[in-house]
Design a protein around this ligand. Structure first.
Ligand SMILES: *Cc1c(COP(=O)(O)O)cnc(C)c1O
Length: 237
C-alpha cells in the first residue's frame, strides 16, 4: 500500500465530477428543466476522509453516508464546511449520534423513527430536514414505506415541530437497463405531486431524491432534483 496520492486523486475526481455534471445537464435539458435545480449528493461510503476532502476542494458540497458510524467517524476527522446526508436505513437507537451532524435524513421509513428524530432534533435545538423513503417497487430486500401508506406518514410527521418533511426518496431496483426502472421514478414523482396537492401544513414537497450512478439520467428525466452518486465519482468500492 502506498500513501495517498493527492494530486492524482484530485485529477480523477475533478474529471469524474465534470463528466457527471455534463450528464446531469444533458438529462435536465432533455426534459426541459434547469440543470441548476439538480443537486448532487456525493456518496462517500467506504471512501476515506482524505478523498472526501479532495472532493470538497473540487467543489462538491454535499456528501451522503449510509452508515451512522462511518458518518460520525468522518465528521469527527473532517473540519470542512460541507453538508452531510444520511441516506441509508437508520435504526432508532442511532438517531442520537447524528441529530446534530446531518443536514438531511433521506431514509425516514417508519413512524417510530419519526418520533425518535423529533425527540433528538428537539434535544439538539434544531429542525431536521427529512425525506420519506418509499419502496416504490415493493422489493422485500429494501426498506421504505409502501406508496399507499406514504401520505399517512407525511401527515403524522407534519405535526412534529422539529421535523420538516422536504420530499421523497427511493432506491430503484438493480437493472442492467435503466429504462426498465423508469416507471419507479415516474411513480415517485406522481406520489410527490399527489401529496403536494394536499397542502399539508409544515410540509415542503421540494425534493425528489432518486437516481444513482447507474440510473441518474433516467431519474432526472423523470423529475429527480437530488441524485446520489458514489461509484461514478469515486470509482468502484
Ligand atoms: C451506495 C448508495 C448510493 C450510490 O450508489 P452508486 O451506485 O455507487 O452511485 C446511492 N444511494 C444509496 C442509498 C446508497 O446506499
Amino acid at each position: 500500500m502506498t500513501g495517498y496520492d493527492y494530486a492524482e486523486d484530485q485529477e480523477n475526481i475533478r474529471e469524474n465530477y465534470e463528466k457527471i455534471m455534463a450528464r446531469i445537464r444533458g438529462a435536465a435539458e432533455r426534459s426541459g428543466r434547469d440543470p441548476g435545480e439538480i443537486k448532487l449528493i456525493a456518496v462517500s461510503k467506504t471512501v476515506t476522509a482524505d478523498r472526501v476532502k479532495t472532493a470538497f476542494e473540487a467543489g462538491i458540497t454535499d456528501f451522503g453516508e449510509n452508515r451512522v458510524q462511518e458518518l460520525c467517524d468522518k465528521t469527527d476527522i473532517l473540519n470542512i464546511g460541507c453538508n452531510w446526508h444520511l441516506i441509508g436505513h437508520l435504526q432508532t437507537n442511532k438517531v442520537k449520534y447524528i441529530a446534530d451532524r446531518v443536514s438531511m435524513i433521506h431514509s425516514l421509513d417508519s413512524l417510530e423513527l419519526a418520533d425518535e428524530i423529533q425527540k433528538r432534533a428537539q434535544k439538539a435545538g434544531r429542525r431536521l430536514d427529512v425525506l420519506v423513503q418509499v419502496n416504490v417497487a415493493g422489493e422485500q430486500s429494501k426498506f421504505g414505506i409502501k406508496p399507499e401508506e406514504t401520505l399517512g406518514v407525511v401527515k403524522a410527521a407534519s405535526g412534529m415541530e422539529n421535523i420538516r418533511i422536504k420530499g421523497l426518496m427511493t432506491i430503484a431496483p438493480m437493472s442492467e437497463n435503466p429504462e426498465n426502472i423508469r416507471w419507479v421514478f415516474a411513480n415517485l414523482r406522481k406520489l410527490l405531486i399527489d401529496i403536494r396537492k394536499e397542502n399539508i401544513d409544515n410540509i415542503d414537497m421540494d425534493y425528489l431524491s432518486m437516481g444513482m450512478s447507474n440510473d441518474f439520467e433516467v431519474a432526472i428525466e423523470e423529475g429527480s432534483n437530488m441524485v446520489r452518486i458514489g461509484t461514478a465519482l469515486f470509482g468502484k468500492r
